[in-house]
Design a protein around this ligand. Sequence first.
Ligand SMILES: [Zn+2]
Length: 466
Amino acid sequence: MLKFHNTLSGQLQEFKPLDGNNVRLYICGPTVWSFAHIGNFRTFTFGDVLRRYLKFKGYNLTHVFNLTDVDDRIINEAKAADKTIDEFTAPFIEAFWEDFDALGLERPEITPRATHHIAEMISIIETLLKNGRAYKSNGSIYYRISAFPDYGKLSKINFAGNVSGASGRIDTDKYDKENAQDFALWKLVDADEPTGWDASFGRGRPGWHIECSAMAMKYLSETFDIHAGGVDLKFPHHENEIAQSEGATGKLFAKVWLHSEHLKVEGETMSKSLGNYYTFRDLIAKDYSAVAIRYLLMSVPYHKQLNFTFETLDGAEQTIGRLRDFRKRLQEANLPDGINTDLQGKVGAYLDDFEMAMDDNLNTSIALAALHNLVRETNTAMAHAVACTEDRSVILHAIDKFDQVLGIFGEAKTEMLDAEIENLIEERQAARRNRNFARSDEIRDTLAEQGIILEDTKDGVRWKRK
Ligand SMILES: [Zn+2]
């Protein structure tokens, strides 16, 4: 039975979709103004494990993951670079998806951009203005917190009795408001400002929070199953999403809220000033593999803080090597004929352990331990020559099941050795000299399948791996 720790209820709860077998999931995506860092990718890797596990459990999934492509920073940086916001964000969007794919994160079904959903945001703001939960001040539109008594129900912050101005600390909007906690839904822009949209309540641009309400409700309906994101978004972003959405519809917005905890680096909060700030690309440039980074990011359950260290990343690199090596040996081993029902029983039990751990609020560390137990047990059986031919496919199938969620084993292809590649290249040269183009094309295709790129130079043919 799948259970989640729901931030909204504060409890571990059995998960039941609102609509039969269909699950609707929203996860807050990146702001595309720079390369995403490993803290961001911890949250997105958690999102990937969540989506893969929901599919593993047999649910049909509609997963929305937004890109924030307009905010104050983007507007300012674009202006400084003398670009439109589209021109400014395009390379970061491209880089983001490259990193996302490299980490083995499955693409969500719907990946909307904020700037393509301004009309939907305007419509929610119009509703809030009509029902008194929003007001206009100096050309901008604000959400009136005092008109939404449930405000604080997600973050459990008690706002009752707060006097206007008393909590200016949490106020990030430098505009005129009735109350310090009121937040901007729509910001007035100057007449000469290129980034702005016309609305019935005046020309401006959206606040950040309204975009997620608009895109979530557009694609998942007014009430949906799961809303997830990093814990840093719980307040004010997610609290504000609830206020906007429920304030407009009068209905529950998301039933279950999941928050992934912070990532620390070598025990410290990641920051540029401490010199411990890493993007995914920084780690790839240090020759770490994407799959080891993935492994490390999911090795600690999402609801616990993760301490990222280079020692643990080195360890993850070794673990991945060992796991892939294990599968290759199992595929190729010369096993005795027969069947070992005891071993097969244990393999089945480890799969059960895996599912039980994942059912328990996605406890990935216990789930990974189940995989390592399967590897150890099989290795011992192979060493004693009691793993048999009929066990092989059962164990390989179990690994595939684990990997539907974990995504760490990679394609089960065997890599060609350098010497084999060079022999094939020589054979291809000979075939070409003999005008046997069919054979030469066949060899080129074989090499391409292995990800080998050939380059004709004046010193002969050079090759490299993709
Ligand atoms: Zn959001």
